[in-house]
Design a protein around this ligand. Sequence first.
Ligand SMILES: Nc1ncnc2c1ncn2[C@@H]1O[C@H](COP(=O)(O)OP(=O)(O)OP(=O)(O)O)[C@@H](O)[C@H]1O
Ligand SMILES: [Mg+2]
Length: 506
Amino acid sequence: MMVGKSMELQQNEQRFELLADLGAMIAGEVELDDLLATFAARVARALGADRATLWLIDGANGEIRSRVATLPELAELRVPQGVGVVGHVAATGELVNIRDASVDPRWAESIAKQIGYRATSMLTAPIIRRDQIRGVLQVLNKREGTFDERDEDFARQLAEQIGRALDYTTLRGDDASRGLSVRGRFNHVIGRSPAMAAVYEMIVRAAQTDATVLLHGETGTGKGLLARAIHVNSDRRAAPYVHVDCTTLPAGLVESELFGHERGAYTGADSRVIGKVEAANGGTLFLDEIGELPLPLQGKLLRFVQERQFERVGGRETLTADVRLVAATNRDLAAMATSNQFRSDLYFRLRVVEILIPPLRERGGDDISDLADHFVQQFARRYRKGKLRLAESTGPALTAYAWPGNVRELENTIERAVVLSRGDTIGIKDLGLRSLAGASDSVAGMPAMSSAAIPIDAIALPPGLSLEEAERRYARAILDREGGNQSAAARALGISRNKLARLLRG
Ligand SMILES: Nc1ncnc2c1ncn2[C@@H]1O[C@H](COP(=O)(O)OP(=O)(O)OP(=O)(O)O)[C@@H](O)[C@H]1O
Ligand SMILES: [Mg+2]
């Protein structure tokens, strides 16, 4: 009994470290392929399995390719959409847990032959990013028993982290040997409006000091991009830039994530883990979605913000770290402080320099069309669409639309239009008239909406849906309304982000 328990704790520990390291890796913008290669072995180990493979979907032709797998390394495998378990997961976005693969109808003998490996149990999770299925994480052969619900949850968390990592990468379909190339996007901050010029000036001025910066703006306005811009414009640019997303970690892990933990802090912990605060030493620590930080942790963070001092979980030694702090939120921290949801002393410490990022609709038509052109070029390259441009007629429609999801929504809209485009021009229709209902109204002479949300008057649900499917469709509609922002949608629905993700994936 004792042995079994401590093994479970040890496994918990391994799982946590894996998630934390993957988070650091995302922030580090390093060669993704190299890191993922050692990563596959660790995924397999943390799940008590023999093999793990990461499959990515080639945006250009929908083909699913194995990118990294546990050793022995196999030649790259390619699976057409819909074929085999991987194809099924890539097509449906459904997590599949199979006890005995050989009797599962989705198991494709043709792929099994290529792998040359007998699979019994198999856990296959979709990698979904911004409503798009980007790849598949597959783990084969649990050493003892079969994969359970905990394994499923962990696989989902891993897949989510990998999805984030892919945001910083481009999969080149034409040259598989080059594989994923990682590039930072911070040097592509687009927009010439006076509203943005004021933001740049603040960013550059703040960057030259070590002052704590609070970025405040609606979802999708570019807070993540600008946080990075502060780092690369500062003297700390050669030192680490470390991103902590306060929404993604379970509350119980946030402290350890931030400050690290000592060997033995949890029973079965056999190694010391450095927290993000230490990892950022000399550089910049970006506290994203700070409004979601649990209250008890706010006190601990306050001490660090004031004195740059902290202790690892389970440690007695007081440590210091030299970091510049940048925090971001789309919440009204002042109001939260008034209602005691956010510590006001922390709020005052964070807003030494507070920069308000204007919503896209307040930046004017030139910024919108510059951004739209930029995204058309970017995605035309990524999806190998050759020369593509926006039709003249799209200009007024893009300008009139209220863009509740801001730059991210514009980016998603253009990406979809590029993917679906046939000729060399993108017309108004290609922009997806359903979600652009606000724009067609204003084109017809009605004023553009200025509220932050698209009102949902009614959602048509055909009778005969299961309750589960009805819930899923409702959640999708709310997600659309929130411009694809899962945190905001989860808040609106009164459920956790994890629950929302589960609901959407079905
Ligand atoms: N000015 C800009 N120029 C180019 N790309 C931009 C700009 N602003 C935002 N983007 C892009 O739009 C997307 C959303 O930006 P980002 O993630 O930084 O928003 P955010 O404010 O952090 O949103 P959230 O509050 O939802 O986390 C990203 O892909 C980002 O690269
Ligand atoms: Mg963000």
